[in-house]
Ligand binder design. Structure first.
Ligand SMILES: [Cu+2]
Length: 127
């Protein structure tokens, strides 16, 4: 069981890198993230560190970022609403208060509102 958990953050990280690598296509633009703790707990709070790595995000405010998580196969989301906090580092934000209240397949979606357009990044996690 612990071996399985050990590899999950690696999977997420690799997924993240893949998304970052796809940024030239324009749909997903240099949004990086990692979970804290690395292994997403069941029925306990965790956070997401979000790094916006492009000039076009320089005017983004915490209120422009929205984070949600859903279980597509169950048709529901989380029972909580994460809050977004700016950090001291430019382009780095903290989404606090995510909670997966059941085991299964989850999808985390980070939306960044840029005014007329918005960017979105999604990653999947099975807990
Ligand atoms: Cu569910």
């Amino acid at each position: 069981m612990s071996t399985v958990n050990y590899f999950k953050p690696l999977t997420i990280y690799i997924f993240c890198l893949l998304f970052a690598a796809c940024s030239n296509e324009g749909k997903v633009s240099e949004i990086f993230f990692e979970t804290v703790p690395e292994v997403i707990p069941v029925n306990n709070y965790f956070s997401l560190i979000i790094q916006l790595g492009s000039e076009k995000y320089k005017h983004v405010k915490p209120s422009d970022i929205h984070v949600e998580a859903i279980m597509p196969s169950h048709g529901h989301g989380m029972n909580v609403e994460p809050i977004i906090i700016a950090t001291d580092e430019p382009g780095r934000y903290l989404a606090k208060g995510l909670l997966f209240h059941m085991r299964g397949d989850w999808e985390v979606i980070v939306h960044v509102n840029l005014g007329k357009t918005s960017d979105r990044i999604t990653f999947s996690s099975t807990i």
